[in-house]
Design a protein around this ligand. Structure first.
Ligand SMILES: Nc1ncnc2c1ncn2[C@@H]1O[C@H](COP(=O)(O)OP(=O)(O)OP(=O)(O)O)[C@@H](O)[C@H]1O
Length: 247
């Protein structure tokens, strides 16, 4: 069963059509990157998966169940959500932020929470002297790592990431990309990752979804997107990469 299916989904905001008849499925365990120009519907597509937005037409199925039928709180418990400049609880330390959901799930077993926190602090390369700091005392890259650790410590089946690395410098970004790739390989968490950066989309995605004005114009492997761009828009997007690829 696919992790997520979009079945003829239409979403409007007033007169604006944010998503226009989107149908596709996301395989369980896959890493999908989503790219397209500003306002083409990328964030709306993610928010449909965790029931922050409901479709006007069609349906969104998560593990086979329509989001309109699901309890949104239950649904979001299985879906991690990481956004740009990740929003941490400002009054909680790094450790408490990461422990927040695990401690709700393991009320009787504090040690499970502690080992989950240790594991994710390690996997995201966070030095242990950050554990007792508050979010205001972190760099942008560190805060972003804590946001990802917090989302993954809840052991979600699906991770939705909306431009999570766009506010960090190039070196931090490169190491975060390595870390998310490694974590995906280790956990197999189904990942939908929105980016504005075509290099990031092609490097991270097992499949790349290219969106244009509310439609998905191509949904294919990075190799296919480079070799057979499905429209003029995709061709322009990958033009520079294609010239390198052709060499
Ligand atoms: N809550 C809302 N109310 C009204 N219009 C909205 C709302 N959310 C999104 N839209 C509109 O829907 C369209 C798609 O927005 P969305 O945020 O999904 O685009 P995006 O591709 O994520 O853009 P960006 O790359 O700039 O973040 C845009 O025209 C946007 O203005």
């Amino acid at each position: 069963m696919p992790a997520i299916e979009f079945d003829h989904v239409v979403k409007r905001f007033g007169d604006a059509v944010a998503l226009n008849d989107v149908s596709l499925s996301v395989d369980s365990g896959s890493f999908v990157t989503i790219i397209g120009s500003s306002g083409c519907g990328k964030t709306t597509l993610l928010k449909l998966a965790n029931a922050l937005v409901m479709p006007d037409e069609g349906q969104v199925l998560v593990h086979g169940s329509a989001t309109t039928e699901a309890d949104p709180i239950e649904l979001r418990r299985t879906i991690g959500y990481v956004i740009q400049g990740s929003v941490l609880f400002p009054h909680l330390t790094v450790e408490q932020n990461i422990a927040y959901v695990p401690s709700l799930l393991n009320r009787r077993d504090q040690r499970r929470t502690e080992s989950a926190v240790d594991k994710w602090i390690g996997l995201l390369g966070l030095p242990s002297n950050l554990r007792d700091r508050y979010p205001a005392e972190l760099s942008g890259g560190q805060a972003q790592r804590v946001g990802i650790a917090r989302a993954l410590a809840a052991s979600p089946d699906i991770l939705l990431a909306d431009e999570p690395f766009s506010a960090v410098d190039a070196i931090t970004r490169a190491s975060l990309q390595d870390e998310i790739k490694r974590i995906h390989n280790q956990t197999g968490v189904t990942t939908l990752f929105v980016t504005h950066d075509i290099d990031e989309a092609l490097d991270l995605g097992e499949k790349v979804m290219v969106m244009e004005a509310g439609r998905v114009v191509q949904y294919a492997s990075p190799h296919d997107v480079l070799a057979n761009p499905a429209s003029g828009f995709v061709e322009r997007l990958v033009a520079r990469k294609r010239s390198v690829y052709a060499r």
